[in-house]
Design a protein. Structure first.
Length: 277
């Protein structure tokens, strides 16, 4: 199932330094709170909402990012998260009009999210540079609406933002045409790598603009097959060593089509738990 279809239906103090998303060891830094994008376990969430969240917590995850609530009320969601010791700093919601975004912002605020992330742009809306300019203008508007409600708006990339359109890279145009304070970034480190880009090239260009990242791995080769974190070729320690420059606060494991969802997210969690950078 495509994400756009699915969404339509459905700190630590050490050595005197404050590092909310990571903690320091004698050798280096480690991720303090490992999160997961719940799209990874969407079928399990649909079948057993609370049971799935309980199992995620048992694996060791501390944070979750939503991609649908499966008819649960905001009060239900908050209560279930509390019972399982989980926090949900972020959610993925979509709309193509102002009223829809207002409802999304109201929902995100009711659940208690800090971030509202736009996860996708429909293909028919992004064919020309003028289309991308319109998207930027809309994102600025939504970002201001979210800010007024006490929520930070952000955009999640795939790989379609990087092939040039009329001589320009749409992702670069989008970032240049939006206010960094209103439109922050959730960089999907798999998709940006698959697009042939180095995420480390974006961190110094947009310092502090990347509070969220999606963490999923890829095998070498033209297909860039998605695999559990640590089983591919993406240089996690090199990327995360620049977390302060990027502004990364939340690390969300994701796998779009995990063969064995709970086994896969356990393997990814265990790798990240042991990773030092």
């Amino acid at each position: 199932m495509e994400r756009r279809d699915f969404l339509g239906t459905a700190g630590a103090i050490a050595l005197g330094a404050m590092l909310p998303p990571a903690c320091r060891t004698a050798r280096g830094a480690k991720i303090d709170k490992i999160g997961i994008q719940l799209y990874t376990v969407r079928d399990q969430m649909k079948a057993d909402f609370e049971g799935t969240l309980a199992r995620i917590a048992q694996i060791g995850y501390k944070e979750v990012e939503f991609a649908g609530y499966f008819d649960r009320t905001p009060a239900d969601v908050r209560a279930i998260l509390d019972r399982n010791g989980l926090s949900a700093p972020s959610t993925h919601l979509m709309s193509d009009n102002t009223e829809g975004w207002k409802k999304a912002i109201d929902l995100a605020k009711a659940v208690g999210h800090d971030y509202l992330v736009a996860p996708w742009i429909p293909e028919e809306k992004r064919k020309t540079l003028d289309d991308w300019k319109k998207i930027g203008a809309m994102f600025n508007q939504v970002g201001q609406m979210a800010k007024d409600a006490g929520i930070q708006f952000a955009y999640h990339n795939h790989d379609f933002e990087f092939p040039k359109v009329e001589g320009q890279v749409p992702y670069d145009l989008l970032l240049q045409s939006t206010d960094p304070k209103l439109v922050q970034l959730e960089i999907d480190l798999y998709w940006i790598t698959k697009a042939g880009q180095d995420p480390l090239a974006y961190f110094p260009r947009w310092p502090g603009r990347v509070p969220l990242v999606h963490v999923k791995d890829a095998l070498a080769g033209p297909e860039h097959k998605m695999v559990d974190v640590g089983k591919g070729t993406i240089p996690w320690a090199r990327i995360f060593a620049k977390r302060d420059q990027a502004g990364i606060k939340h690390f969300f494991v994701e796998h779009d089509q995990p063969p064995q969802p709970f086994d896969d997210v356990t393997a990814s969690y265990n790798y990240l738990k042991g990773l030092e950078f």
